[in-house]
Design a protein around this ligand. Structure first.
Ligand SMILES: Cc1cc2nc3c(=O)[nH]c(=O)nc-3n(C[C@H](O)[C@H](O)[C@H](O)COP(=O)(O)OP(=O)(O)OC[C@H]3O[C@@H](n4cnc5c(N)ncnc54)[C@H](O)[C@@H]3O)c2cc1C
Length: 372
C-alpha cells in the first residue's frame, strides 16, 4: 500500500492527524492494532484548549450536549479541601464516544484504515523521501511516517528508551451514575495516588484513578482491596463509591504507566501525542497535547508536501514546536504527579492554595494551555 502519510496508531493523535491531513488533500493510511469503538482508561476531561479544533475536524461533536466543566476541587483524606473557578476549564466526553466519532469522520473523509494490524518496524533514514512500515498485514510505503502509537507501543524505532528505573503506575476507570455538580472536576488524593471524577455524556460521570503499582502489590493485586485499603482513606472517595451506581461490571484497568522522557522526532518518524512524551494525568492535558501536536504537525507537513519547506526544516520546526509547547507542561505534570502520591504533601499544597489562591490559579493555567 502506498500513501503520502502513514500513521501508526489510531488513538486521539492518530485519528485527528488523519482527518486533518485528508482534509488537506493527502493520501492517509492509519495502522491500528485494535478496533473501534472501545473503552480506554482515561479521566475523560479535555481542556477547552482543544474544543475549537475538535469541532472543526469532527463536526458531529458540536451536536452533543456535553458537560462544560469550570470548577475544580482538590481534597486530601483529612477534611482539607481547596476549590476554585477554572479560567479556561474543560469538557467531558468518554473515549469510547470520542474515538468512535473521530473514526467515523476519518472514514467518511476517505482515510484508509488497517485495523487489527500491528506495526512492527519502520525502515528508512533521516534523508530519505520514502519509508516502509512493516506491519502484520504487509508493508505500507509512505513519504512520511508518524508514530502515534501512544505510551505503551511495542514499535521498534531508532530511539531506545531506558525504562529500567521508572516508577510504574496502574490506572483504573469506571463510569458512574451519580448525582453531582456537572460543572465540577474533583481530584481526591489517597496514599499512593489520586482519583478524578467529572461528567461525561448522557448524565454519566467518569471516575478514574492512578496509583503507584507498589500499592497494588501490597494487596495481592486485588482492585477491591486496593480501593478499601487506600482509596477509602479519603472519606470523599468512600462516599462516592458507596453512593454511585456503576455502569460497568468490572473496571477498565491499565498497568505499566510511566512518565519517561522520549523524543519528538526519530530517524524515521515524527512522534505525536504520548509516543513523544506522556503528560501525567493530574493535569488533565494529555489528550489536548495529542490534538495540539496533530494540528501543528498537519500544518507543517502540508508545507513540506507543498515544497514550501524542506524535510530538514520540517524536522527542525516540529521539534522546536514540541519543545516550546510541551516540555515545561510535562515537567510540571511529573512534579505534581510525584507530589500527589503523598497525602501529607497534598495537605500542605491545599493549605498553600487556600492561603494564596493565585498560586493555584497560576499552576492550573500552566496545565491547560491556550485555545488553538
Ligand atoms: C489514568 C489516566 C488518566 C488520564 N486522564 C486524562 C484526562 O482526564 N485528560 C487528558 O487530557 N488526558 C488524560 N490522560 C492522558 C491521555 O489518555 C493520553 O495522553 C492520550 O490518550 C494520548 O493519546 P495518543 O493518541 O497519543 O495515544 P493513545 O490514545 O494511547 O493511542 C495509541 C494508539 O496506538 C495503537 N497502537 C499502539 N501500538 C501500536 C502498533 N505497534 N501498531 C498499531 N497500533 C498501535 C493503540 O491501539 C492506540 O489506539 C490520562 C492517562 C491515564 C493513564
Amino acid at each position: 500500500m502506498n500513501c503520502d502519510i502513514a500513521i501508526i496508531g489510531g488513538g486521539l493523535a492518530g485519528l485527528s492527524l488523519s482527518i486533518d491531513m485528508k482534509r488537506r488533500g493527502y493520501q492517509v493510511s492509519v495502522i491500528e492494532k485494535g478496533n473501534y469503538p472501545r473503552h480506554k482508561v482515561c479521566g475523560e476531561y479535555i481542556s477547552l484548549e482543544s474544543h475549537n479544533y475538535l469541532q472543526t475536524i469532527c463536526p458531529a461533536l458540536s451536536g452533543l450536549n456535553l458537560p462544560m466543566i469550570n470548577q475544580f476541587k482538590l481534597t486530601s483524606g483529612n477534611s482539607k479541601e481547596f476549590t476554585t473557578q477554572l479560567s479556561l476549564g474543560g469538557f467531558g466526553i468518554s473515549r469510547y464516544l470520542l474515538e468512535d466519532l473521530l473514526f467515523k469522520e476519518a472514514e467518511k473523509q476517505g482515510v484508509k484504515f488497517l485495523l487489527h494490524t500491528k506495526s512492527q518496524d519502520i525502515s528508512g533514514g533521516p534523508e530519505d523521501t520514502s519509508y516502509t512500515v512493516k506491519t502484520s498485514a504487509g508493508n505500507v510505503t509512505a513519504r512520511i511516517v508518524c508514530n502515534t502509537s501512544g505510551r505503551k507501543s511495542n514499535l521498534k524505532t531508532s530511539e531506545k528508551i531506558n525504562n529500567a528505573h521508572a516508577t510504574n503506575y496502574v490506572g483504573v476507570k469506571y463510569h458512574l451514575k451519580l448525582s453531582r455538580n456537572r460543572e465540577l472536576i474533583e481530584i481526591h488524593n489517597f496514599p499512593g495516588g489520586y482519583c478524578g471524577i467529572s461528567g461525561i455524556e448522557e448524565g454519566k460521570s467518569c471516575l478514574c484513578y492512578i496509583v503507584n503499582s507498589k500499592k497494588l502489590n501490597k494487596v495481592n493485586n486485588s482492585i477491591t482491596e486496593l480501593e478499601k485499603t487506600f482509596l477509602f482513606r479519603n472519606p470523599n472517595l468512600e462516599k462516592i463509591f458507596t453512593a454511585a451506581e456503576f455502569v460497568f461490571k468490572e473496571p477498565i484497568t491499565i498497568s505499566g504507566i510511566n512518565f519517561l522522557k522520549k523524543v519528538s522526532v526519530t530517524d524515521n518518524a515524527f512522534c505525536l501525542g504520548d509516543s513523544a512524551g506522556s503528560m501525567a494525568p493530574i493535569v488533565g492535558n494529555g489528550m489536548s497535547m495529542a490534538l495540539r501536536s496533530a494540528a501543528a504537525f498537519a500544518e507543517q507537513a502540508d508545507q513540506y508536501f507543498s515544497k514550501v519547506i524542506t524535510k530538514q526544516q520540517l524536522v527542525k520546526r516540529y521539534a522546536q514546536f514540541w519543545e516550546k509547547e510541551f516540555s515545561a507542561r510535562i515537567r510540571l505534570s511529573r512534579y505534581l504527579q510525584k507530589l500527589s502520591e503523598y497525602p501529607f504533601l497534598t495537605k500542605r499544597t491545599i493549605e498553600l492554595f487556600n492561603l494564596v489562591p493565585p498560586v493555584a490559579n497560576l499552576i492550573i493555567r500552566q496545565t491547560h494551555g491556550h485555545p488553538f
